[in-house]
Design a binder for this molecule. Structure first.
Ligand code: BT5
Length: 233
C-alpha cells in the first residue's frame, strides 16, 4: 500500500476522502505528524502532541465492504492485536475505542464515502504511541506510558497497513471481529447509558450484533443502537 506522510494537516481523513473521490482504485494511507483539526466522532476533537502519535487515515476504495461501523470495529480489534503483540492487554469500548486499564489509547473514525453508491471507506486511526499528556475530559494513555519505553511510529503503521490491505482484499472474517470485540468489551452485561445525537437510553448492554450494532435491554424492550457513546451507569 502507498503511504503518504505529511508534517501538519487539518485532518488525515480529508486526504483519504480526496483519494476516494478522485476515484483512485488502490488503497492508500495518509499519515501526519500533527493535525490542527483532528476529528473524533460526533463533532469531537482528537488532540495530539506533534510527532508523538500515529495519526493515519486509510483510504479503501470499493463498494463491497461490510458497513463502515463494522470496518471501524475491525480496526479497533487490529489495534488491540498490535498492543497484544507488545505484551499489553487491552479492552474494547463500543463502537471502536481501544483502552488499556480503562484509559483510552486509541480511537477510530470510520467514514463511508457515498456518491449514489458506496465509493469507499476511510478508516481514521489515532493511536497514542509516545505521548505523555492527555485531554482532561477522559482518561488517556499511550504505549510509552504503559511500556515505559518508546516505540517507533512506523511499527504500528506497518502492522495496521497490512491488516487494512486484508480489509481491502476482503480477507477479514467479520464474525470473528465481532466475537473478539465482544470478548474485550468490558461493559457487556452492565447497566449502561447510551448517548446518541439527540437521544439517550439506559439499559443493559446485552450483546453486539453481527452488524456491529449494540443490543440494549431497556425497559422491557430490545433496542439496537448503531451509533453513540456508551458509559457505565
Ligand atoms: C475517536 O472519537 O475516538 C476517533 C478518533 C480518530 C482520530 C483519528 S487521527 C487520524 C484521523 N484523522 C482525524 O481527523 N481523525 C482520525 P471519539 O470516540 O469521539 O473520541 C473523542 C474523545 O476522545 C474526545 O472528546 C476526548 O475526550 C478524547 N480524546 C481526544 N484526543 C485524545 C487522545 N489523543 N487520547 C485519548 N483520548 C483523546
Amino acid at each position: 500500500m502507498d503511504i503518504y506522510t505529511f508534517d501538519v494537516v487539518e485532518s488525515t481523513n480529508d486526504l483519504a476522502r480526496t483519494h476516494i473521490i478522485d476515484r483512485k482504485s488502490e488503497p492508500a494511507a495518509f499519515v501526519a505528524k500533527h493535525q490542527t483539526m483532528g476529528r473524533g466522532r460526533m463533532g469531537r476533537v482528537w488532540k495530539d502532541e506533534p510527532g508523538m502519535n500515529l495519526l493515519v487515515s486509510f483510504a479503501l476504495p470499493g463498494n463491497y465492504y461490510a458497513n463502515p461501523p463494522l470496518v471501524g470495529m475491525a480496526a479497533a480489534v487490529f489495534i488491540g492485536e498490535y498492543l497484544e503483540s507488545l505484551g499489553l492487554s487491552w479492552e474494547a469500548k463500543w463502537p471502536n475505542d481501544v483502552l488499556i486499564n480503562g484509559k483510552k489509547v486509541a480511537g477510530v473514525l470510520p467514514e463511508g464515502i457515498w456518491q449514489d453508491t458506496l465509493q469507499g471507506i476511510i478508516v481514521g486511526i489515532g493511536l497514542n504511541v509516545n505521548q505523555s499528556e492527555f485531554p482532561e475530559e477522559y482518561p488517556g494513555t499511550s504505549i510509552k506510558e504503559e511500556l515505559q519505553r518508546e516505540v517507533a511510529l512506523e511499527q504500528p503503521l506497518t502492522y495496521l497497513a497490512k491488516r487494512m490491505e486484508q480489509i481491502y482484499n476482503q480477507e477479514v472474517d467479520y464474525k470473528t471481529v465481532v466475537q473478539v470485540f465482544k470478548n474485550r468489551f468490558a461493559l457487556l452485561g452492565k447497566q449502561v447509558k447510551i448517548l446518541s445525537k439527540d437521544e439517550s437510553w439506559e439499559g443493559i448492554a446485552s450483546n453486539i450484533n453481527d452488524d456491529g450494532s449494540l443490543l440494549v435491554a431497556a425497559g422491557g424492550k430490545w433496542i439496537n443502537i448503531n451509533w453513540g457513546e456508551v458509559t457505565l451507569r
